[in-house]
Design a protein around this ligand. Sequence first.
Ligand code: GLN
Length: 450
Amino acid sequence: AHLDRIEATDGTTGAWLAMMADEALDTAADVDRRRAAGEALGALAGIPVAVKDVMCTNGTTTTAGSRMLETFVPPYDATVVARLRAADAVLLGKTNMDEFAMGSSTENSAYKVCHNPWDTDTTPGGSSGGSAAAVAAYQAPIATGTDTGGSIRQPAAVTGTVGIKPTYGRASRYGLIAFASSLDQAGTFGRTVRDATLGLEVMCGHDPKDSTSIPDPMTSYVDALDRGVEGLRVGVVTEFMGDGASDGVKAAVQHAIDRLSSLGAEIVEVSLPHADYGLPAYYLIAPSEASANLSRYDGVRYGLRVDGETTHEMMAATRAAGFGAEVKRRIMIGTHALSAGYFDAYYGQAQKVRTLIIRDFEAAFDKADVLVGPTCPTAAFKLGDKTADPLAMYLNDVFAVPASLAGMPAMSLPVGFDTAEDGGPLPVGLQLVGPMLGEAVMVQAAAALE
Ligand code: GLN
């Protein structure tokens, strides 16, 4: 049914880059057979899942939305993909995304435009826009994403879906095409908190193949969903409720906060005084790490090769042809910020700001069990609106990047509509941030609002 739905609707959505239809039908048939035989089945038995095209899938192209990897077929699965398969999930295919996960609208995909199912003139957010659009369009109940500076939460917010990023190190990065290694984290989308949480719980856990993977044992996230918010301290982040967000966004977020209060939560005010510096710090740290990670695309080992007279010419021609404009912009910013003479002023300074932001969060979590605010400054924006202005595009991440820099678990929950937007009411996301390894309390608070 989901494959039929994709076939019928993806002409207008553009959420998919590659289908795994035969494999999906085989897996589904196998699950049916094993169920009939009374065999034990995994937690996601028979559940269709969409996989962001940044995650390696054994035998299926994994492009990261880039021409550079157009023909790249990984010989192995990312750990998070392997865990989904081991839980008997039915993988439907690979979803559209901004090239190398750089962007906030999926307009940097080298392959096709992705449309927001709520209003096809608007973007589904990014970089995991294909996954968000697929879930919003009922093409898949669960999708995977990656979030480096908001790429799960922001698309979830603008497509009216639930998107969860766990604590940095909780989900393995093994087999994810790297963007910024100290920030990249895998997570999930769903139409309900329960669906997204179920998928997340399967994907998370220690992985010896990722040196930054957290060895602590898992707690159940699903078990926390019905606990309610009685007595829970919910911290409203002052800096996120100021002028940065539109009136429509703030009204929907305030309404959700009022509901948490009426459900028995204690609402407290918290401050992240350095949050304002999150965006500039992020846009130095992420491109710096990206410039190093992307040096591997040299025409020798992976994907595209454009011939040249010398090795140097071959590499230059390959990188000129294989990378899109935004990726080249990030490589240039990153190499500049890391270069001798500028390192201390840019990258070193950004890392110090990062430490201040971590301390802000630690202080906030002394006062609150979970933090809330808007996920994005506005509801979905129009396709083409920000493509000519990279800074306007970056500004969309302003509320998302602090939690990424601090490594905290964070999510977006649909909490209403911005009725002031022209073009009709569009979904608004409430961002919830949990303390380190506090995924359970975060989804508990979110589930109470559904
Ligand atoms: N929009 C942000 C960027 O372009 C975040 C992307 C992401 O989280 N992968 O870097």
